[in-house]
Design a protein around this ligand. Sequence first.
Ligand code: T1G
Length: 692
Amino acid sequence: MTSPVTSRLDGDIAVVTIDNPPVNALGHAVRAGLAAEMAAHEANGAVAAVVLACAGRTFVAGADITEFGKPMQSPGLHEVIAQIGQMSKPVVAAIHGTALGGGLELALGCHYRIAIATAQFGLPEVKLGLLPGAGGTQRLPRVLGAVPALEIMTSGEFIGSDRALAGGLVQRIVPDLEGAALAFAREIAAARPLPLVAHDDGKLAEARANPGSIDEFARSIARKSRGFKAPAAIVDCVKAALDKPFAQGLAYERERFIELMNSPESAAQRFAFFAEREAGKVPGLASDTPTRPIRQAAVIGAGTMGGGIAMNFANAGIPVTLIETGAEALDRGLKTIRANYEATARRGGITPAEAEARVGRITGSLTLDAAATADIVTEAVFEDMALKKELFGKLDRIVRPDAILASNTSTLDVDEIAAATSRPERVLGTHYFSPANVMRLLEIVRGKATDPGVLASTMAMARKLKKVPVVVGVCYGFVGNRMLHRRSGQVESLLLEGASPAELDQALLDFGFPMGPCAMADLAGIDVGWRIRQGLGLKDAVSDRLHAAGRLGQKTGAGFFRYEPGNRAPIPDPAVDAIIAEAAAEKGVNRRTIPQDEILARLLYPMINEAAHILEEGIALRASDIDIVWFYGYGWPVYRGGPMYWADHVGLATIGDTLRKMADRLGDDRLKPAPLIERLAAEGRGFLSPKS
Ligand code: T1G
């Protein structure tokens, strides 16, 4: 088998090229190839310097994640980097695309780094529940300083070439890589001593003089790192870089890396990495299905969702027309958008100039005709079928024949909406999650007539809007809301049976959710849930009473909890306990103390059961898509894997048994285990087990 690493000589410069598509990951063959080529050039007297480059779209994007969890074959990456460090000739890393994880660590192990202006750099291992395990935690602080390095390693965010050059991560930004790399190598070939990051502690001085800065940084990320093991381990490794000689720091990093690699949290996050990529593939939809670019958009409805959706287009550089029926509503919507951008600029998320540019891409209008030239028209009006059908009928007569008509409905039948037009093949659902400009999930609801090109174009659009698209079928509530509906049912019965709103929320907070069901209902608005139930003819003995009492949630300062003015922290309220006790008495429910693990099972198992029905009906393409929906739409903690992954770890036999007991005790047949759960449990398999 040919090695993915080859060399050629250009005079006295050896050019070593890695060619391992799609992202030049450092699999075993690449590592072995690198070790062999470097050894050859070290031994070759005719070679004065080495350039390390990559073919294809990017420099090395990291270790090969598909090798994780398997016995590691030698040489390991840290051995290859150590070998380069012992060479008597300079090695220049020539970087384009992304230098990530092990790829950046490899470059940091070289003597010099040059890059083109569009290159990006990062150590995103934390997103896999890991830490940079090939010297990144010891070398990056020596280049950028301890705290800037910590910011990059604990956020997993990428930095651009400007910051890399300013921080000394690269020595030069060059227009064309190949020629400049050779010229640079010739320029430094004779320079001695050879510079190695490992030998230069200069940038550590500041943190060594102020060790409290590391603890302060650790405190600043504590809240958002809740439940994740890797960020704290990264902080410990940087402390080791400050306190220990380089070699000992490296050994300490290795130890912590292996600990994380063997952790269930990292296994779950690695699953999520590949699940997200799988979600982007639709069986039967060829990857080369022709797509139409979205150059202009229109959004109907300037409410909370419409405004957020419009911001997504503006953020991606796409001009968007925001259409409302009334001037007041339009004005309010545009003002909210401007305020959002100004707040982001104040926080330093974007520059004031960029904020202005984005506001400038959004044009308000009071006529539907303004949507006539749009490539995609997204409706975000009131969740009412008759209203949506009437609107789509009108749009059908206005918009271009090749335009895409999308509905942001969160529950309704997209086929019925499509049938209100003469072009159902150009209609689908694009279900954004609130706040629409922040939440990354986009449920793309494929109707029975939706054209493959329309679907592919909308998925491409989603990526351009930096959303994670998940294709789902038409049913009430699609995937996420349909499962959430089952959880809400248990919220009511658990409260009636004796659990308090605080106990319910604590069960999910301890599990890792950012918010519990009661606080979430207060955020969304008790009236919103009430109106949906009215539409479906459903009742909720507790929430209906809160609604009747005018406790609509945060917006009225009281819902399941009460809120101090200007403060979103939920405060338990005895008045709510009284309301619940009254409802329970009326229903003749005997109240009891409910253990937390029972609360958790009652909240999560019925959702998983509904997910099994969703899979059986083909509403979701695969189990891992459901996990992606819950990661990016509902804050399910990624280090536990999503509902399907977690269910497999609990065991479907256990879940089936518990559901059966729940159904019997609560007299609710909908809780009976789905046939899929019964079958898989009987076969000793899980939702994610490979097909037999
Ligand atoms: N290993 C194996 N496969 C990878 C991979 C990797 N590191 N990165 C990407 N792929 C596959 C991916 O599954 C997909 O496959 C295809 O490449 C295109 O990816 C010791 C321990 C580079 C920014 O975390 O962030 O180094 O689905 O769809 O949107 O310290 O991929 O086509 O079959 O994402 O253009 C650290 C992970 C590893 C970076 C490109 N590195 N990759 O994004 O394409 S841990 C990372 C990315 C490590 C060391 C440690 C992105 C990208 P398929 P894609 P993209």
